[in-house]
Design a protein around this ligand. Structure first.
Ligand code: ALG
Ligand code: ZN
Ligand code: ZN
Length: 345
Protein backbone atom coordinates (compact mmCIF):
# COMPACT_ATOMS: atom_id res chain seq x y z
CA UNK A 1 0.00 0.00 0.00
CA UNK A 2 1.38 3.40 -0.99
CA UNK A 3 1.27 5.75 2.02
CA UNK A 4 0.36 9.41 1.62
CA UNK A 5 3.31 11.78 1.35
CA UNK A 6 3.81 15.44 2.11
CA UNK A 7 3.85 17.18 -1.27
CA UNK A 8 4.82 20.84 -1.39
CA UNK A 9 5.48 23.47 -4.03
CA UNK A 10 8.65 25.52 -3.62
CA UNK A 11 9.16 29.22 -4.35
CA UNK A 12 10.03 28.42 -7.99
CA UNK A 13 6.65 26.68 -8.38
CA UNK A 14 8.21 23.20 -8.52
CA UNK A 15 6.53 20.28 -6.79
CA UNK A 16 8.53 18.33 -4.24
CA UNK A 17 7.57 14.87 -3.05
CA UNK A 18 8.49 14.69 0.61
CA UNK A 19 8.36 12.21 3.48
CA UNK A 20 5.48 9.89 4.28
CA UNK A 21 2.94 11.94 6.25
CA UNK A 22 3.47 10.90 9.89
CA UNK A 23 0.01 12.20 10.83
CA UNK A 24 -1.54 9.53 8.59
CA UNK A 25 0.93 6.65 8.66
CA UNK A 26 2.66 5.92 11.97
CA UNK A 27 6.38 6.59 11.82
CA UNK A 28 7.35 3.02 12.56
CA UNK A 29 5.30 1.57 9.69
CA UNK A 30 6.61 0.67 6.28
CA UNK A 31 10.10 0.32 4.85
CA UNK A 32 12.77 2.73 6.07
CA UNK A 33 14.12 5.09 3.46
CA UNK A 34 16.12 8.02 4.83
CA UNK A 35 13.65 10.31 6.69
CA UNK A 36 10.82 8.32 5.02
CA UNK A 37 11.58 10.17 1.80
CA UNK A 38 10.66 8.70 -1.58
CA UNK A 39 13.09 6.47 -3.42
CA UNK A 40 14.81 7.99 -6.44
CA UNK A 41 12.76 5.69 -8.70
CA UNK A 42 9.55 7.21 -7.27
CA UNK A 43 10.35 10.77 -8.36
CA UNK A 44 11.02 12.32 -11.75
CA UNK A 45 14.35 13.84 -10.85
CA UNK A 46 16.53 14.08 -7.75
CA UNK A 47 18.39 17.17 -6.55
CA UNK A 48 19.88 15.49 -3.49
CA UNK A 49 20.41 11.72 -3.32
CA UNK A 50 20.96 10.01 0.01
CA UNK A 51 22.76 6.79 -0.83
CA UNK A 52 24.02 3.93 1.30
CA UNK A 53 27.49 2.51 0.78
CA UNK A 54 27.45 -0.64 2.94
CA UNK A 55 31.12 -1.51 2.58
CA UNK A 56 33.39 -2.24 5.57
CA UNK A 57 36.23 -4.42 4.32
CA UNK A 58 38.69 -1.61 5.11
CA UNK A 59 38.37 -1.57 8.90
CA UNK A 60 41.31 -1.96 11.28
CA UNK A 61 39.41 -2.85 14.47
CA UNK A 62 35.72 -3.63 15.08
CA UNK A 63 33.82 -4.51 11.92
CA UNK A 64 30.14 -4.01 11.14
CA UNK A 65 29.81 -0.61 9.44
CA UNK A 66 28.40 -2.50 6.46
CA UNK A 67 25.14 -2.43 8.41
CA UNK A 68 25.40 1.36 8.90
CA UNK A 69 23.21 2.62 6.05
CA UNK A 70 20.09 0.68 7.00
CA UNK A 71 20.60 1.44 10.69
CA UNK A 72 20.78 5.17 9.97
CA UNK A 73 17.67 4.89 7.80
CA UNK A 74 15.81 3.13 10.64
CA UNK A 75 17.05 5.80 13.07
CA UNK A 76 15.83 8.63 10.80
CA UNK A 77 12.09 7.90 11.06
CA UNK A 78 11.46 10.70 13.54
CA UNK A 79 13.04 13.54 11.52
CA UNK A 80 10.55 16.30 10.71
CA UNK A 81 10.47 18.37 7.52
CA UNK A 82 11.10 21.86 8.99
CA UNK A 83 14.58 22.71 10.32
CA UNK A 84 14.04 25.59 12.76
CA UNK A 85 17.75 26.09 13.42
CA UNK A 86 18.07 27.15 9.78
CA UNK A 87 14.49 28.39 9.31
CA UNK A 88 14.39 26.14 6.27
CA UNK A 89 12.46 23.15 4.88
CA UNK A 90 14.96 21.24 2.77
CA UNK A 91 12.55 18.58 1.50
CA UNK A 92 10.09 21.26 0.33
CA UNK A 93 12.82 23.24 -1.43
CA UNK A 94 14.78 20.52 -3.25
CA UNK A 95 13.76 17.05 -4.34
CA UNK A 96 15.55 14.82 -1.87
CA UNK A 97 15.30 11.06 -2.36
CA UNK A 98 16.86 7.80 -1.21
CA UNK A 99 18.95 6.17 -3.94
CA UNK A 100 19.33 2.81 -2.21
CA UNK A 101 22.78 1.31 -1.86
CA UNK A 102 25.97 1.35 -3.91
CA UNK A 103 27.60 -2.05 -3.58
CA UNK A 104 31.16 -3.25 -4.03
CA UNK A 105 33.01 -6.58 -3.86
CA UNK A 106 33.57 -7.21 -0.12
CA UNK A 107 36.56 -9.47 -0.88
CA UNK A 108 38.45 -7.04 -3.14
CA UNK A 109 38.95 -3.52 -1.81
CA UNK A 110 40.47 -1.92 -4.96
CA UNK A 111 37.68 -3.39 -7.08
CA UNK A 112 35.06 -2.14 -4.62
CA UNK A 113 36.61 1.34 -4.67
CA UNK A 114 36.34 1.39 -8.48
CA UNK A 115 32.69 0.27 -8.34
CA UNK A 116 31.85 2.92 -5.74
CA UNK A 117 33.60 5.62 -7.79
CA UNK A 118 31.73 4.82 -10.99
CA UNK A 119 28.35 4.42 -9.25
CA UNK A 120 28.87 7.76 -7.45
CA UNK A 121 29.82 9.48 -10.71
CA UNK A 122 26.70 8.11 -12.35
CA UNK A 123 24.55 9.24 -9.43
CA UNK A 124 26.06 12.73 -9.49
CA UNK A 125 25.00 12.78 -13.17
CA UNK A 126 24.11 16.24 -14.38
CA UNK A 127 23.54 18.00 -11.10
CA UNK A 128 22.52 15.60 -8.31
CA UNK A 129 24.28 16.22 -5.01
CA UNK A 130 25.15 13.09 -3.08
CA UNK A 131 25.07 12.48 0.66
CA UNK A 132 26.53 9.01 1.24
CA UNK A 133 26.02 6.91 4.36
CA UNK A 134 28.76 4.37 5.06
CA UNK A 135 30.22 2.01 5.38
CA UNK A 136 33.73 2.50 6.70
CA UNK A 137 35.93 5.48 5.86
CA UNK A 138 37.53 3.73 2.89
CA UNK A 139 34.54 4.91 0.84
CA UNK A 140 35.53 8.58 1.14
CA UNK A 141 38.27 8.08 -1.48
CA UNK A 142 36.05 6.95 -4.38
CA UNK A 143 33.44 9.56 -3.40
CA UNK A 144 36.09 12.29 -3.40
CA UNK A 145 37.26 11.08 -6.80
CA UNK A 146 33.72 11.35 -8.12
CA UNK A 147 33.32 14.85 -6.61
CA UNK A 148 36.67 15.85 -8.13
CA UNK A 149 35.65 14.64 -11.57
CA UNK A 150 32.65 17.01 -11.46
CA UNK A 151 34.06 19.99 -9.57
CA UNK A 152 37.86 19.81 -9.80
CA UNK A 153 39.95 19.99 -6.63
CA UNK A 154 37.66 20.23 -3.64
CA UNK A 155 38.05 21.74 -0.18
CA UNK A 156 37.71 19.08 2.52
CA UNK A 157 36.32 19.37 6.03
CA UNK A 158 37.03 16.08 7.73
CA UNK A 159 35.25 15.49 11.05
CA UNK A 160 36.87 12.54 12.78
CA UNK A 161 38.69 11.43 15.91
CA UNK A 162 41.37 10.14 13.53
CA UNK A 163 43.62 11.69 10.92
CA UNK A 164 43.02 8.95 8.33
CA UNK A 165 46.17 10.08 6.53
CA UNK A 166 48.16 6.99 7.47
CA UNK A 167 50.04 5.15 4.72
CA UNK A 168 49.25 1.43 4.87
CA UNK A 169 47.86 -1.28 7.15
CA UNK A 170 49.38 -4.75 6.70
CA UNK A 171 50.73 -3.38 3.41
CA UNK A 172 47.25 -2.43 2.19
CA UNK A 173 46.97 1.05 0.70
CA UNK A 174 43.20 1.31 0.62
CA UNK A 175 41.77 1.10 4.14
CA UNK A 176 39.65 3.24 6.44
CA UNK A 177 42.77 4.77 7.98
CA UNK A 178 44.31 5.93 4.68
CA UNK A 179 41.77 7.62 2.36
CA UNK A 180 43.00 11.19 2.76
CA UNK A 181 46.66 10.36 2.17
CA UNK A 182 45.60 8.70 -1.10
CA UNK A 183 43.42 11.71 -1.95
CA UNK A 184 46.42 14.00 -1.39
CA UNK A 185 48.65 11.77 -3.57
CA UNK A 186 46.03 11.76 -6.31
CA UNK A 187 45.84 15.56 -6.25
CA UNK A 188 42.06 15.64 -5.85
CA UNK A 189 41.86 17.80 -2.71
CA UNK A 190 42.82 21.46 -2.49
CA UNK A 191 45.70 21.46 -0.03
CA UNK A 192 45.03 25.12 0.84
CA UNK A 193 41.59 24.18 2.11
CA UNK A 194 41.76 20.93 4.05
CA UNK A 195 41.02 20.67 7.74
CA UNK A 196 40.45 17.97 10.34
CA UNK A 197 37.90 18.69 13.05
CA UNK A 198 37.54 16.83 16.34
CA UNK A 199 40.89 15.02 16.15
CA UNK A 200 42.11 13.37 19.36
CA UNK A 201 43.63 10.25 20.81
CA UNK A 202 47.00 8.53 20.70
CA UNK A 203 48.96 8.27 17.45
CA UNK A 204 51.70 5.92 16.27
CA UNK A 205 54.32 8.71 16.50
CA UNK A 206 55.14 12.34 15.74
CA UNK A 207 55.67 11.43 12.08
CA UNK A 208 51.90 11.03 11.75
CA UNK A 209 51.43 14.75 12.43
CA UNK A 210 54.41 15.76 10.27
CA UNK A 211 53.05 13.80 7.31
CA UNK A 212 49.57 15.15 7.87
CA UNK A 213 50.80 18.76 7.89
CA UNK A 214 52.82 18.10 4.72
CA UNK A 215 49.57 17.05 3.01
CA UNK A 216 48.18 20.49 3.88
CA UNK A 217 45.92 19.60 6.78
CA UNK A 218 45.20 21.98 9.62
CA UNK A 219 43.68 20.57 12.78
CA UNK A 220 40.91 21.77 15.06
CA UNK A 221 41.18 19.19 17.80
CA UNK A 222 38.39 17.99 20.04
CA UNK A 223 40.00 19.98 22.89
CA UNK A 224 40.06 23.09 20.64
CA UNK A 225 36.30 22.82 20.22
CA UNK A 226 35.92 22.73 24.00
CA UNK A 227 38.38 25.59 24.64
CA UNK A 228 37.49 27.95 21.77
CA UNK A 229 33.82 27.14 21.41
CA UNK A 230 31.63 26.48 18.42
CA UNK A 231 31.51 30.04 16.99
CA UNK A 232 35.30 30.38 16.82
CA UNK A 233 35.59 26.94 15.22
CA UNK A 234 32.95 27.81 12.64
CA UNK A 235 34.83 31.02 11.80
CA UNK A 236 38.08 29.10 11.33
CA UNK A 237 36.42 26.51 9.08
CA UNK A 238 34.69 29.15 6.95
CA UNK A 239 37.96 31.01 6.54
CA UNK A 240 39.79 27.85 5.47
CA UNK A 241 37.17 26.81 2.91
CA UNK A 242 36.22 30.20 1.44
CA UNK A 243 34.08 29.86 -1.67
CA UNK A 244 35.65 26.65 -2.93
CA UNK A 245 33.56 23.57 -3.76
CA UNK A 246 33.41 21.73 -0.44
CA UNK A 247 33.36 18.04 0.40
CA UNK A 248 32.36 17.20 3.99
CA UNK A 249 33.43 13.82 5.33
CA UNK A 250 32.12 12.98 8.78
CA UNK A 251 33.26 9.92 10.68
CA UNK A 252 30.71 9.40 13.46
CA UNK A 253 33.59 8.58 15.83
CA UNK A 254 34.24 12.34 15.91
CA UNK A 255 31.58 12.20 18.63
CA UNK A 256 32.48 11.01 22.09
CA UNK A 257 31.67 7.32 22.57
CA UNK A 258 29.04 8.53 25.08
CA UNK A 259 27.22 10.13 22.13
CA UNK A 260 28.11 7.53 19.53
CA UNK A 261 29.05 4.14 20.96
CA UNK A 262 28.16 2.32 17.75
CA UNK A 263 31.39 2.67 15.87
CA UNK A 264 34.47 0.61 15.07
CA UNK A 265 37.42 2.62 16.47
CA UNK A 266 36.09 4.64 19.43
CA UNK A 267 38.30 7.21 21.20
CA UNK A 268 37.51 8.91 24.50
CA UNK A 269 37.29 12.69 24.80
CA UNK A 270 35.17 13.53 21.77
CA UNK A 271 32.81 16.36 20.96
CA UNK A 272 29.09 16.18 21.60
CA UNK A 273 26.31 15.72 19.08
CA UNK A 274 25.08 19.23 19.98
CA UNK A 275 28.49 20.66 19.09
CA UNK A 276 28.77 18.84 15.79
CA UNK A 277 25.26 19.85 14.74
CA UNK A 278 25.93 23.50 15.62
CA UNK A 279 29.25 23.51 13.75
CA UNK A 280 27.54 22.10 10.67
CA UNK A 281 24.73 24.67 10.89
CA UNK A 282 27.37 27.38 11.03
CA UNK A 283 28.59 26.33 7.59
CA UNK A 284 25.46 27.67 5.85
CA UNK A 285 26.25 29.43 2.61
CA UNK A 286 29.31 27.31 1.81
CA UNK A 287 29.28 25.48 -1.52
CA UNK A 288 28.76 21.90 -0.31
CA UNK A 289 29.08 19.58 -3.33
CA UNK A 290 29.11 16.14 -1.71
CA UNK A 291 29.26 14.54 1.74
CA UNK A 292 29.66 11.28 3.55
CA UNK A 293 28.74 10.11 7.05
CA UNK A 294 30.64 6.95 7.87
CA UNK A 295 31.63 4.39 10.49
CA UNK A 296 28.24 3.72 12.10
CA UNK A 297 28.50 0.14 13.33
CA UNK A 298 25.08 -0.84 14.69
CA UNK A 299 26.09 -3.97 16.61
CA UNK A 300 27.88 -1.67 19.08
CA UNK A 301 25.04 0.84 19.23
CA UNK A 302 22.49 1.16 22.04
CA UNK A 303 19.00 2.65 21.80
CA UNK A 304 19.91 4.01 18.33
CA UNK A 305 22.15 6.66 19.95
CA UNK A 306 24.67 6.53 17.13
CA UNK A 307 22.07 6.00 14.42
CA UNK A 308 20.06 9.02 15.57
CA UNK A 309 23.16 11.22 15.80
CA UNK A 310 24.14 10.18 12.27
CA UNK A 311 20.59 10.74 10.97
CA UNK A 312 20.59 14.28 12.37
CA UNK A 313 24.01 14.94 10.84
CA UNK A 314 22.69 13.80 7.45
CA UNK A 315 19.65 16.08 7.93
CA UNK A 316 21.90 19.09 8.61
CA UNK A 317 24.05 18.26 5.57
CA UNK A 318 20.96 18.09 3.36
CA UNK A 319 19.85 21.42 4.86
CA UNK A 320 23.21 23.00 3.96
CA UNK A 321 22.95 21.75 0.38
CA UNK A 322 19.39 22.99 0.13
CA UNK A 323 20.25 26.43 1.55
CA UNK A 324 22.92 26.66 -1.13
CA UNK A 325 26.05 28.70 -1.64
CA UNK A 326 24.22 32.02 -1.63
CA UNK A 327 22.52 31.59 1.77
CA UNK A 328 23.40 34.35 4.22
CA UNK A 329 26.21 33.20 6.47
CA UNK A 330 24.70 34.81 9.53
CA UNK A 331 21.34 33.08 9.39
CA UNK A 332 19.49 31.85 12.45
CA UNK A 333 21.89 29.02 13.14
CA UNK A 334 24.94 31.16 13.43
CA UNK A 335 24.09 32.50 16.86
CA UNK A 336 23.97 29.66 19.32
CA UNK A 337 22.46 31.58 22.21
CA UNK A 338 19.09 30.05 21.53
CA UNK A 339 17.43 33.47 21.48
CA UNK A 340 17.44 33.39 17.68
CA UNK A 341 16.04 29.87 17.39
CA UNK A 342 13.95 29.90 14.24
CA UNK A 343 14.25 33.70 13.92
CA UNK A 344 13.47 35.19 10.52
CA UNK A 345 16.63 36.70 9.03
N1 ALG B 1 37.86 5.19 11.92
C1 ALG B 1 38.72 5.45 10.97
N2 ALG B 1 38.33 5.95 9.85
N3 ALG B 1 40.06 5.20 11.08
C2 ALG B 1 40.62 4.64 12.22
C3 ALG B 1 41.95 4.00 11.99
C4 ALG B 1 42.60 3.87 13.33
C5 ALG B 1 43.69 2.83 13.45
O1 ALG B 1 43.42 1.65 13.23
O2 ALG B 1 44.80 3.19 13.80
ZN1 ZN C 1 37.63 7.82 12.93
ZN1 ZN D 1 37.71 8.00 9.80
Amino acid sequence: MEPERIVETNSAGEQRVGPVNAALTPRWAGPATFARLPRTDQVEHTDVAVVGVPFDSGVSYRSGARFGPNHVRESSRLLRPYNPAQNHSPFANLQVADAGDIVGNPFDIPEAIDSIESAAKELMGESTKVVAIGGDHTIALPLLRAAHSRHGKVALLHFDAHLDTWDTYFGAEYTHGTPFRRAFEEGIIDTDAVMHVGTRGPLYGTQDLEDDARFGFEIVSSADVMRSGVDAVVAALRERVGDRPLYISLDIDVLDPAHAPGTGTPEAGGITSREVLEILRGLRGLDVVACDVVEVSPAYDHAELTGIAAAHVVYELISLISLGADAAADGPAYGISGTRYGAEK
